[in-house]
Each structure stands twice: as C-alpha cells, then as structure tokens.
Design a binder for this molecule. Structure first.
Ligand code: ADP
Length: 485
C-alpha cells in the first residue's frame, strides 16, 4: 500500500510529545512490513541542525498561502522521511510556540505544510492510497482533497485517515486567517470549519477525513461527551460510526532497560538488581546525598511530562505536603507553560527535600527517571493514550494513574489478594484521591514480594508497536473501501 504519514513531528527527528513517537514508529513498522510508506514533516531548525544527515531531494514545491506563493526545497533522509523547507516558518527555536504562547502565524505555517504535503506527493509522482494525518496541523489535508483537489485525477484513489492525538489542541484562528487557506467562504459555517466565529483546522479534518481514529478506545468514547469533547463532541457524534480507538505502542528498541545506554546499570525482568543501582544514582544526583537517607527505603515517584493544564500538576502541587508526610519523594522532569513552570519552581523551593524539579526537555534524564523511580505518576485530567505509563511498565516502574482515556485502557489496578495488576488507579480528580492511590502504592513498596510481582506483571505486558501498526493497516483498508464506495 502507498502510505503518506503527514505529521508535524516524528521521532527520531524532533519531538515535543507522544505524537512524534506514533508518527516515527508507524513509518518504521510500515517499512519493516514492506509497505510503501513515506513521512512528510516541516523542516524545523532542530531537524536541519540535528544529528541526522539530510540530502536535497532535488524537488521543489510551490505552495500558495494567502496571496503568496512559497517555493519550498524538499530534503530527505534517504529512508522515507521528507522535509518541507520554509525557513520563514520553521527556522525557529520551537515547533509551535514558546512558553509565552503560540507563534502568531501558525495558521500560515500549517496551511503551508498541509498543502505542501499534497503538492509534494504530486512532485514525487507518489500517488498515495492513504494519507494518514496527525492532529490539527494536518487537518486541512482531508478537506483540501474533498474541495480544492476534488477533481484532481492524481488523488482520485486517495483516502484519508485523521488521528486525533489530543482534542484539546484544535488550531483555532481568527476568521481573518481564512483567506490564507484558499478554502471558499462557503465552508465557513458551523457544518464546515467555523467554530464559534473562528477557523478550526482540526474540524476541517473531522468533517472531511474518510476515517477518524484516536489513540485509545476509552478516549474514543470520552470525546463523544460534552465533558471531554472540547466543543467538538457534536461533530464527533455525527461521525461516531467512522471513529475508532487504537492504543499507541512504544518503541521496544529505544525503550529497553536491558540495553539502555543512558542508564548507570541495565536490568531485565528476571534480574532486577540493576534497577536498584539506577534508583541510587537518580536519587543521589537529583535529590542530593543527605546523610542518613537510604534510597532503598524511600519510595521514589517519577514524572516526565509536559507542564500543561492537562497533566494534573495542580494535584501534584497540592499533594506535596501529604507526600512528605507519607515519606515519599518525587522527581519531576518537565517543560511547558510558563504558569506551571513558575508554580512548580515555587513548589520546589518550598518542598526542596521532597521534590526535585528539572525544567527542560532531556531524553537522557527521562530514561534515568523511568528506570530509577519506583512509581510513575500520571494524574492527568484527561489522557488520550499516554506513553509515559507504557514506558514505565517496560522499565518495571509501577504506574500510579488517573482512570481516564488510555491510562484506563493500559494500566490494570492492583489486586492485593490475587497479586494481579500492573499499577494503581484513582478516579476522582482530587488530591485526597490521588494521595490514597499513592498510599496503596507505598504499602506495596514495603512488601517486597508484592512489589516484585507487580514489577514483573508490568514488564511482561506487551505494548510494542507491531500490533497497533497492523490495526492501522486494517483501518487504511477500510478507509480505501469507503473512498471507493
Ligand atoms: P503527551 O503527548 O500528551 O505530551 P505522552 O505521555 O503521550 O504525553 O507522551 C509524552 C512523551 O514525551 C513521553 O515519551 C515522555 O517521556 C516524553 N517527554 C515529555 N516531556 C519530556 C521532557 N521534559 N523531557 C524528555 N521527555 C519528555
């Protein structure tokens, strides 16, 4: 099958969140399975100056954005990944914006990217069976195919699948940005891409893609409800017959405690002593070597997260007092909204001996936290899938998570008598409820037999990509079927 993965980010090139893991892993799995798959991404500064040698493809594409025509050189990595160059849009320190807010020209940037992806297919004479779009940044692609490119024979057989990684991010812009897209004003209606007086790029994809997917079955149900639908639940309900949940996987080669070069010691399910060394090293390096403190006796909680409203940081800050009373410590690595960065810094000043905070994006430290912590905390308000808990399971670090979205689908609550389960879940979004789950977790911490049983249960779970990639291929076939109906 000829597959185009259109994504605003992908590993190993550039990543701000789980979406990058999905797009990059799908490309790898499809190529392994000998599908004709390519990835298209913007050429960000981080990619241009990054560690991956890129070559010029010799192809340029001309992309209309508003009244301008932008000529873009196309680079490639020789392995299926193509990058659209437009320095005025992408030669910047960040992908979508800074801690202070989104880039003001995001509508132009991702109009360029969406249309550029289609123009690139034509220039490469790559006639896709399916274009798999990811999030709002590519939401216009399905809509272009149903409007601007409707009579274009090149794309006659092309179906589209749009994956919603996070409905909270929709690409909302003032109506005055509409002309950038070259889409007709007749589409600027509530049935089209208007959203309360604004243009909504994600909605463009939701109404036009042949199939919609999201990243867990629970989240696929949750977003049909007003409480989790971010105003788009009505649109989604209309399309509920075309909406599927496919849980993400993780790259089991990148995330492998038995040969992880970032760790001071490696370990495996049957031989966990290296995990203790990882904990000692992490403990000492981030919390200091306080006299009299034996790391093996202190339950250590880890978090690796975007610092955003979604991730439940208000609960974490509210629980620090209780966590200290329980004798636990927490190591947080995160980056994100200025507001949460400041609040977390303040909390770290107040609870210095309980909380270690690193602001930044740091792959190596992330690996050390996944390996060195005893528990991995994700108290998310909502969580479409979540990768952190899957990585934690793989590293024998017991997840403590809120029962929402993909967290509910991938972590099984511990049963103390049967010793089954892989983590601890709590339902109410509240500090006492979260502390209660941590208390249950700390009880297991002090019971070596139960703790080791849980670690092994988690390490045994299989969330590798192979299975999910196969499900996407089935979805692509279904999309093609619908397209040809
Ligand atoms: P989201 O996509 O909502 O940010 P996920 O749990 O799906 O959340 O994926 C987050 C991914 O990004 C995980 O692989 C996590 O380890 C990684 N990550 C998040 N923040 C950081 C950070 N500050 N440093 C390193 N890795 C991070």
């Amino acid at each position: 099958m000829k597959i185009v993965i259109a994504s605003p980010e992908a590993v190993p090139f550039v990543k701000t969140g789980g979406l990058a893991d999905v797009a990059g892993s799908l490309l790898r799995e499809f190529r392994k399975a000998r599908e004709e798959a390519v990835l298209v991404m913007p050429l960000y500064r981080a990619v241009k100056g990054g560690r991956f040698p890129l070559g010029e493809s010799g192809v340029t594409v001309d992309v209309p954005v508003g009244t301008r025509g932008i000529r873009s050189r196309v680079y490639h990595d020789g392995n299926g990944a193509f990058f659209l160059e437009a320095d005025e849009f992408f030669d910047r320190p960040e992908l979508y914006g800074t801690a202070g807010g989104d880039y003001a020209d995001n509508a132009a940037r991702f109009t360029f990217f969406s249309r550029g992806t289609l123009e690139l297919c034509r220039k490469l004479s790559f006639r896709p069976d399916v274009i798999h779009c990811h999030d709002w940044q590519t939401g216009l692609i399905p809509l272009y195919l149903k409007t601007t490119y409707r009579d274009d024979s090149f794309f006659r057989g092309t179906a589209t699948v749009l994956t919603i990684h996070n409905l909270g991010y929709q690409g909302l812009f003032p109506a005055s940005e509409m002309p950038l897209t070259h889409l007709g004003w007749e589409l600027f209606t509530p049935e089209g891409i208007e959203f309360y007086g604004k243009v909504n790029f994600l909605k463009g994809g939701l109404i036009a893609a042949d199939i919609l997917t999201t990243v867990s079955e629970t989240y696929a149900r949750e977003i049909l409800e007003p409480a989790s639908g971010f105003g788009l639940d009505g649109v989604l309900r209309k399309r509920s017959a075309d909406l599927f949940g496919i849980v993400n996987g993780i790259d089991y080669e990148e995330w492998d405690p038995s040969r992880d070069g970032h760790l001071p010691a490696t370990y495996r399910k049957g031989e966990l002593s290296g995990k203790q060394l990882c904990k000692q090293e992490l403990f000492k390096s981030v919390l200091g070597d306080k006299a009299g403190e034996d790391p093996s006796r202190v339950p250590l909680v880890g978090m690796v997260t975007r610092l955003s409203e979604q991730k439940g940081l208000d609960l974490v800050i509210g629980a620090l007092h209780g966590l200290r009373a329980l004798g636990g410590k927490i190591v947080i690595l995160g980056k994100g909204d200025e507001r949460f960065q400041n609040e977390m810094r303040e909390a770290a000043r107040q609870y210095g001996s309980t909380l270690s905070l690193t602001i930044g994006f740091d792959e190596a430290l992330a690996h050390r936290i996944y390996a060195g912590a005893d528990f991995f905390l994700m108290p998310s308000k909502y969580e479409p899938c979540g990768l952190g808990q899957l990585i934690a399971l793989r590293y024998g670090t017991i997840p403590v998570v809120r029962r929402t979205g993909g967290l509910a689908d991938t972590v099984e609550d511990f049963h103390p008598l049967a010793c089954t389960g892989t983590g601890f879940l709590f339902s109410d979004y509240s500090v006492p409820c979260m502390l209660d789950a941590l208390k249950r977790a700390f009880c297991v911490f002090t019971d070596r037999r139960k703790r080791v049983a849980m670690i092994r249960n988690g390490m045994q779970a299989d969330f590798s990509w192979g299975r999910s990639a196969k499900r996407y291929i089935d979805i692509y076939r279904a999309a093609l079927g619908r397209r040809r109906e």
